[in-house]
Design a protein around this ligand. Structure first.
Ligand code: HH2
Length: 270
């Protein structure tokens, strides 16, 4: 899943694709790099970010979603606002990525009334203050139980499991240690029986490990994405599609040589 941030202030690429044209060009380059899905967002949810009004978020993203209709890959709308979910779906989005797991009043109904897929993400608190004092008794159990309850809420509203993916929400009201615990526990989340999305790309935990600023975390992000995939994430939300795809291709080819040694010959022949 390639990230298309149509924002002035996203934490790693804010302002680079803030115009409709720049965002569409960026999206097209992500498709050329091998993105299977595009995630278009008009509100930064980085720690400390202020909320964006509906009109402004709409102005940022709708023309981009429309412009990408027919681009060949599914378009996801990254929003918490039910009105914008509905409008983006009408404009061609076929997936809703909601960091509030459809908790906004009316959001479950909007997705239920469509055929769109949906990502239900866990977060603790709101972007403005979520990193101030994240607290859990048992982060893995609490995140897993929350996601299970949101899958059930979606099902009761008429959204079949086949349309649902879940995401532990790395960095959304989580300390470094919470993020690590969740990364290790991805198999437990995958056991809930729907695809798991992992969004680790360029995030602060990678800065803490490497000491590098957000724009310099490509290698760190690729390593984290591989680890996430290895632990069972089926969708990787990334800024650096080409680097991630190449790494995944090599990793899975080499993995194949371990799982079935015969495939080594087929790689050698290439
Ligand atoms: N992370 C961000 C935004 N949306 N959605 C899901 N499902 N999972 C994530 O981990 C996730 C997300 C934050 O990253 P980014 O969009 O690059 O930054 P910003 O919120 O500053 O625009």
């Amino acid at each position: 899943m390639g990230v298309v941030n149509v924002t002035p202030d996203s934490f790693s690429d804010g302002g680079r694709y803030a115009s409709t044209d720049a965002a569409i060009r960026h999206a097209e380059s992500l498709i050329a790099e091998g993105a299977d899905i595009l995630d278009v967002g008009g509100e930064s949810t980085r720690p400390g970010a202020a909320a964006v009004a509906l009109d402004e978020e709409r102005r940022r993203v709708l023309a981009v979603v429309e412009g990408l209709a027919g681009c060949g890959v599914p378009v996801s709308i990254d929003t918490r606002k039910p009105e914008l979910m509905r409008e983006a779906i009408a404009a061609g989005a076929s997936f809703v990525n909601d960091i509030s797991a459809l908790e906004s009043p009316g959001a479950l109904e909007v997705v239920a009334a469509s055929e769109a897929g949906v990502c239900l993400m866990h977060k603790q608190g709101e972007p403005q203050d979520m990193q101030q004092h994240p607290q859990y008794d048992d982060v893995v159990r609490e995140v897993r139980d929350y996601l299970a309850s949101r899958i059930e809420a979606a099902r009761s509203a008429g959204i079949a499991r086949e349309r649902v993916a879940i995401d532990p929400g790395f960095g959304f009201g989580k300390t470094y240690e919470h993020n690590l615990a969740l990364l290790h526990a991805l198999p437990e989340l995958a056991a809930l029986g729907v695809p798991v999305i992992a969004g680790l790309s360029r995030k602060a935990m990678l800065g803490r490990i490497t000491g590098r600023p957000a724009n310099d975390r490509v290698y760190a992000s690729v390593a984290a994405a591989l680890f996430g995939a290895h632990r069972g994430a089926q969708i990787l939300r990334v800024h650096d599609v080409l680097a991630t795809r190449d790494a995944l291709a090599v990793w899975s080819a080499l993995q194949g040589t371990i799982d079935s040694p015969g495939s080594l010959q087929s790689i050698q022949r290439k």
